[in-house]
Design a protein around this ligand. Structure first.
Ligand code: ADP
Ligand code: MG
Length: 246
């Protein structure tokens, strides 16, 4: 869909900037992601990916810049909404499940609806992530891949407008990872949030992204479809970054 003032993107970030101790870590980053799209912020360790995501989540304050969801500002010169007011889903590498809660309680955690609707949504998500019958188990009884699916279900349960994922597959066994990436992508597409996924692995971005945002030293140095970025890297460093995949 074309973007216009009447039809703003789900997530819009403009000139986001943040320094630590005088060193710029995120430097004038702008991006937008439409509902139903997956954008991958791809770059080497330390380039500022997590800090960008944390500012969009509302757990880190920008020095400058604007963030809006569906055209409504959540962070700008005057406004800084806390994470719980932003309708974001969060998923991290370590899944961060609550160990003392059951699978169903983990998935229900962010739901504020009445009991019937909550139970319906939990059942729907457990089915979607292929964990029917796991509701009463505890996280330590599950494999890594199963825990990842619980974390995905929990993040999606409140139907967040924006889903933020920080290296969500890097803790997983290599042999399982591609399959889990594919099923995760399917579920994200069904749920329809705007997804911003952070990774340092080119093959992950190529496999999952509608758009890749290549980041280096705090700046976005190239953006485009996986096909375009892979076949026409902007410079030598971008080409080198992709050169060890085959
Ligand atoms: P990435 O996720 O791409 O690996 P980060 O956003 O985590 O990068 O970090 C970018 C840089 O900012 C790193 O050099 C990191 O040490 C620094 N940094 C991140 N958070 C803080 C902080 N709270 N205080 C000081 N430096 C930080
Ligand atoms: Mg990081």
């Amino acid at each position: 869909m074309p973007q216009s003032p009447a039809n703003p993107p789900r997530l819009k970030v403009e000139h986001l900037t943040r320094a630590f101790g005088g060193t710029p870590v995120v430097d004038d980053v702008s991006l937008d992601v439409a509902a139903g799209q997956v954008a991958c912020l791809l770059g080497p360790s330390g380039c500022g990916k997590s800090t960008t995501l944390r500012m969009i989540a509302g757990v880190e304050r920008p020095d400058r810049g604007r963030i809006a969801f569906d055209g409504q500002p959540v962070s700008d010169e005057r406004l800084f909404q806390p994470p719980e007011a932003r309708s974001v889903g969060l998923m991290f590498q370590d899944f961060a499940l609550f160990p003392h809660l059951t699978v169903a309680q983990n998935v229900a955690f962010g739901l504020r609806s009445g009991r019937d609707e909550r139970d319906r949504r939990v059942a729907e998500l457990l089915e979607r992530v292929n964990l029917v019958g796991y509701g009463t188990k505890h996280p330590h009884q599950l494999s890594g891949g199963e825990q990842q699916r619980v974390a995905l279900a929990r993040a999606l349960a409140p139907r967040p407008r924006v889903m933020l994922m920080d290296e969500p597959f890097s803790g997983l066994d290599n042999r399982l990872r591609d399959g889990i990436r594919d099923t995760t992508l399917e579920i994200l597409k069904e749920e329809g949030a705007a997804v911003l996924l952070v990774t340092h692995e080119p093959d992950e971005a190529l496999r999952m992204a509608d758009e890749i945002l290549l980041m280096r030293a705090g700046r976005i140095v190239q953006r485009g479809s996986p096909y375009n970025i892979y076949n026409a890297p902007a410079d030598r460093a971008a080409a080198a970054f992709f050169s060890d995949i085959n």
